[in-house]
Structures are given as structure tokens and as C-alpha cells.
Design a protein around this ligand. Structure first.
Ligand code: UT7
Length: 322
């Protein structure tokens, strides 16, 4: 029994914002953003919703996987920026697709969300409870940014990516998965929910925005991601040198370079799209995977590592055969 990614899709909002565009509306510069992160531009929603981006990505993934909406059994949406608290993004996608037989729910693990959703889908499929799953990572984080906080708002972008997982007998697919959490350090990357407010406790109702201690998150990422990847590779019983591509969460090119160095692997194995997309949290890994797939970079039999890290703090890695 092999649980395999049989189709991918992605969707970016049409409005592209360059670093120079941002420098016209806040005290920043292309030089600062590019040298600190590698980011050159990002796509931000204007009239697109998280649901719209997800459905576009899902349709593309389903087309490649040759699966009809009525056949989908499980929909998992990883997001921290759904359109509604209720209904969930996964249920919104189910409605739009007409996936009437699916069970749908969201997975919240910030930038590790896609890896956590993949792991959850894998467990369901492996147990035999469902035969296929549509796994989505989608964000419209621009609505959760403090646009007066230049240290965070320049880093993030909007978009969605999707993958269809199927149980394909006689083939290889996902070989190993690892995930972890460290809630004790969670407040280094946070966004508040609603304050307590009821007839007995009155608080001033205010919106919360994403706040990040960038240096602490950076240190966490460069230490934890290589360990998670090494762990997943060992669990898959392969050597690091056998990996064709490492598809990492696209937060910062310096983090990716540091991970490559710590794993003694060449940068050519670490594709990136953060230059044009910025950090799209849960969507970054499936969007990059889809771009590689559409460019024909992924050959049958390739060994691929996926890795996510971020808010929670959380991290996850997977090894799979394409
Ligand atoms: O997806 C979740 C995972 N997230 C991450 O992995 C993010 C990890 N962290 C990072 O990528 C980096 O820490 C950042 C890119 C966020 C920041 O880079 P840094 O080298 O740690 O910069 P810094 O925060 O130490 O700021 C350095 C300076 C400060 O000025 P002073 O105090 O040295 O005078 C900031 O005020 O840069 C200033 N600064 C800016 N200047 C121009 C902060 N933001 C900006 C900006 N434009 N946008």
C-alpha cells in the first residue's frame, strides 16, 4: 500500500507588489528586504478570498489526479486565515467543488500547516478509513498584517496550493513523516484571537495582528529544520545524498541556505519561489511543489523532502517518492 501525491495545483492572487512598491508607502527599501530575506515581490489579494484561491488550486490538483468532486472522501485545509471562523475553509471548498461525499475540516499549524495536514491525511488513508484526500494549504495573511509594522508586513504574501493523495497499490509514495511542537516558545510568533467579552466582562474590542520576534524564529528554524529532515530521512531508511529535492517552507533564503549547509547538501537541491511569492505560511510548500511539478522538474522515482516550520512553534517533514 502506497499513499501517493497524484496531483498538485496552486493559485496566486493577480495583484503583484514589489519591494519598490512597498517602499513608496512605508519606510523600507528593496535593498533591506532583498538582502535580509531574498524576497523581491509578493502577490496580495484584492478581490480574491481564501476559498477562491483554494478552489482554483484544488481543481488543478484534482484534474491532474483524475478525480471527480463526488469521489473525494476527505478534504483537509491548512490555514490560519480562513474567510470565516465558521464554516471552516475546508467546508467552504467542499461546497464550491460539490464534493458532496467528503468529510471536511481545517488543520491549524501556521506555517507547518500543510505538513501537519499531509500527515493527518496519510494516517487516515493508511488506516483504510478513506481512500483519497484533498490536502490544501491556503492563506490570505495580508488581512492579518499590521501594515504599520514594517518588520513583519513586508515578509508575507497570499496564495493557495493543493495536493491530491491516493492509495495507489504497487507504487511507492510517502515513505516517512515527522512532526513536532514546542508551545513553550509559541509567543515568538503570534496573532491574538478575540478578547473575553460577555455581559459580565467588558473589554475594548480590538483587532489583533501578526507579531513576530524574527531573530528568535530564525534561530529556531535553522536549528530545528535540519534535525527534522535528518529524522525523516533516517525513518525512510535512505541517505541524505539520495534526496533529489528539498522543498522547504519559503520564509527566508538565508534560512534555506543555512539548512543546506548544515545538511551538507548543495543549494541546487533547494528550489525556491520566495523571491516572487514571499512567505505564504501554510501555502508555501504546496505552491512550490506545484510549480516544480508544472515545470516538469519532478520525475517519477525522484526522492523529495518536504519541510515546514513556524508558528506554534511547530515543525514537520516528509520524505516521498514521486
Ligand atoms: O513563516 C514563519 C517563519 N518566519 C521566519 O522564518 C522569519 C525568520 N526571521 C527572519 O527571517 C529575520 O529575522 C527577519 C527577516 C524577519 C529580520 O531580519 P533581521 O536581520 O533579524 O533584522 P532585525 O529584525 O534585527 O532588524 C534589523 C534592523 C532594525 O533596525 P535597527 O534597530 O538595527 O536600527 C529594524 O528596525 O532593520 C530594521 N527593519 C527594517 N528596515 C527596513 C526592520 N524591518 C525593516 C524593513 N525595512 N522592512
Amino acid at each position: 500500500m502506497a499513499i501517493k501525491i497524484c496531483g498538485t495545483g496552486s493559485c496566486l492572487p493577480k495583484h503583484c507588489v514589489t519591494n519598490d512598491d512597498l517602499s513608496k508607502i512605508m519606510d523600507t527599501s528593496d535593498e533591506w528586504i532583498r538582502s535580509r530575506t531574498g524576497i523581491e515581490s509578493r502577490h496580495l489579494v484584492t478581490d480574491e478570498t481564501t476559498t477562491f484561491l483554494s478552489v482554483e488550486a484544488a481543481r488543478a490538483a484534482m484534474q491532474e489526479a483524475e478525480i471527480e468532486p463526488e469521489e473525494v472522501e476527505l478534504i483537509l485545509a491548512a490555514t490560519i486565515s480562513p474567510d470565516y471562523v465558521i464554516p471552516t475553509l475546508a467546508c467552504e471548498v467542499q461546497r464550491e467543488l460539490g464534493a458532496v461525499h467528503a468529510v471536511a475540516f481545517d488543520v491549524g499549524a501556521a506555517c507547518s500547516g500543510f505538513l501537519f495536514a499531509l500527515n493527518t491525511a496519510y494516517a487516515y488513508l493508511k488506516s483504510g478509513q478513506y481512500k483519497n484526500a484533498l490536502v490544501i494549504g491556503a492563506e490570505t495573511l495580508s488581512k492579518m498584517m499590521d501594515w504599520e509594522d514594517r518588520s513583519t508586513c513586508v515578509l508575507f504574501g497570499d496564495g493557495a496550493g493543493a495536493a491530491v493523495l491516493k492509495d495507489v497499490p504497487g507504487e511507492e509514495g510517502i515513505l516517512s513523516l515527522v512532526q513536532g511542537s514546542d508551545g513553550a516558545r509559541g509567543m515568538v510568533l503570534s496573532c491574538g484571537g478575540r478578547e473575553i467579552h460577555n455581559p459580565y466582562v467588558k473589554t475594548e474590542r480590538k483587532l489583533s495582528y501578526v507579531q513576530m520576534n524574527g531573530q528568535e524564529v530564525y534561530k529556531f528554524a535553522v536549528r530545528t529544520v535540519p534535525l527534522a529532515i535528518s529524522d525523516a530521512v533516517e525513518k525512510a531508511e535512505i541517505a541524505l545524498d539520495q534526496v533529489d529535492y528539498f522543498v522547504l517552507h519559503q520564509a527566508n533564503i538565508r534560512i534555506i541556505e543555512s539548512v543546506a549547509k548544515r545538511l551538507h547538501q548543495p543549494m541546487k537541491k533547494f528550489p525556491s519561489n520566495l523571491q516572487k511569492c514571499g512567505n505564504i505560511s501554510a501555502a508555501s510548500v504546496p505552491i512550490l511543489l506545484d510549480e516544480m511539478n508544472r515545470k516538469g522538474m519532478l520525475k517519477k522515482g525522484n526522492t523529495i523532502v518536504l519541510a515546514g516550520f513556524g508558528g506554534g512553534l511547530t515543525w514537520g517533514a516528509a520524505v516521498l517518492t514521486w
